[in-house]
Design a binder for this molecule. Structure first.
Ligand code: ADP
Ligand code: MG
Length: 367
């Protein structure tokens, strides 16, 4: 008898879903990204029991048209990409059509309301574990979408127990990722609240629909933090003879620029210790973890007599051909093709910047 047999369809679906939605953070990230992709300018995140019972995300974005209800939570159904070639020019967070499909397999997924611009009424949709549309009803609503993910991992007992055990840490990570999206999303009003077991609602943080990231930071971390920050504005010239981009360039090694924009606490601010321990990194405004870049910042910062790490908000702007987001299912890992060279030029630029500040000590501008 053959020992190699195909895995049954439903199990494959479950296994794959577990790679996109690895924790509470990935649920929040996927839902918020969908709202931003839908052009929302107002996003309300409601956590119930710190996310253990439910995560609801409501937006005022495009809404979902009735013609898409059936396919919404089916695997690899997306409105954002039709072929691999489109990846290069993509300006949305999502592109795989996997999040809602995965969420239907690992939680109770429902669209509490959705209404597209031209729809006469809103709709409420519930999805089955396979991602197929279950119940559907009409409901009064304004334009936009509200999604609810309840009882995450209810059918994965080991993960559920782990989550319950580590909920404090997981909740902290969820707020961290929400801070990052709220800070980078200028012109978008964010409100994040938690409803405890007794039904008591607390607003955790909120931002107004601010035109700048500085104001977003002030809303979240307070004006005091803002005072300790100086603008980060670096231009790194990279001679990328080794890069993939250069291989395709017609006239020899291409000179490429990486611009790093944002805010960083002044080494000599003296307020460092009271600053929130936060570092947020983005590549072309996509929040991501960049451990090596963070390490480079910390190293240089500490060499300027500081014992602690800086507060950093850094957006790396670079050619879309010089990195790859398609390396991990949750898209949190970004691969930079010329990381070594980038780190070296970054360190040089930071030494220059902090060196100059040591002498002039510019005052952070007030709002
Ligand atoms: P992806 O974002 O990769 O396309 P998802 O599973 O996250 O895949 O979403 C599937 C589709 O559902 C999206 O392409 C989009 O058309 C629609 N969608 C999901 N969330 C929203 C939302 N909040 N507003 C409008 N459309 C949405
Ligand atoms: Mg998505």
């Amino acid at each position: 008898m053959a020992t190699i047999k195909p895995i049954e369809g439903r199990s494959i679906h479950q296994i794959q879903s577990g790679q996109v939605i690895v924790d509470l953070c990935s649920v929040v990230k996927e839902l918020v990204e969908n709202s931003l992709d839908a052009g929302a300018t107002s996003i309300d995140v409601r956590l119930k029991n710190q996310g253990l019972d439910a995560i609801e995300v409501q937006d005022n974005g495009s809404g979902i048209g009735p013609e898409d209800f059936e396919s919404l939570a089916l695997k690899h159904y997306t409105s954002k990409l039709t072929s691999y070639d489109d990846l290069e020019s993509l300006d949305t967070f999502g592109f795989r059509g996997e999040a809602l499909s995965s969420l239907s397999a690992l939680s109770k997924l429902s669209i509490i309301t959705t209404r597209a611009e031209d729809a006469p009424k809103g709709s409420k949709l519930e999805f089955e574990i396979s991602g197929r549309l279950g119940n559907k009803s009409t409901i009064a609503s304004t334009k936009g979408t509200a999604v609810a993910v309840s009882n995450i991992f209810y059918n994965y007992p080991v993960r559920r127990r782990e989550l319950e055990k580590n909920i404090k840490r997981e909740y902290g990570k969820v707020l961290g990722i929400l801070h990052a999206y709220a800070c980078i999303s200028t012109g978008v009003r964010f409100s994040v609240s938690n409803i405890d077991k007794k039904g008591k609602k607390t607003v955790v943080f909120s931002t107004k629909s601010n035109p700048t990231t500085r104001e977003n930071i002030a809303n979240i971390y307070g004006a005091k933090t803002l005072l300790a920050l100086v603008p980060l504005d670096l231009q790194l010239e990279m001679e990328s003879s080794s890069s993939i981009a250069a291989k395709f360039a017609q006239n020899g090694p291409a000179e490429r620029q990486v611009i790093i924009e944002g805010h960083i606490s002044r080494p000599a601010s003296g307020e460092g210790r009271q600053l929130p321990d936060r570092q947020m990194f983005f590549v072309n405004s996509r929040p991501c973890g960049l451990p090596q870049v963070s390490k480079a910042f910390n190293e240089v910062y500490k060499s300027f007599n500081m014992s602690q790490s800086p507060f950093i908000f850094a957006n790396l702007k670079m050619d879309t051909g010089s990195y790859d987001v398609n390396v991990s299912p949750d898209k949190r890992t970004i691969m930079l093709h010329d990381q070594g060279e980038l780190l070296e030029s970054l360190k040089t630029a930071l030494v220059e910047m902090f060196g100059a500040q040591d002498q002039t000590m510019p005052q952070a501008q007030l709002l």
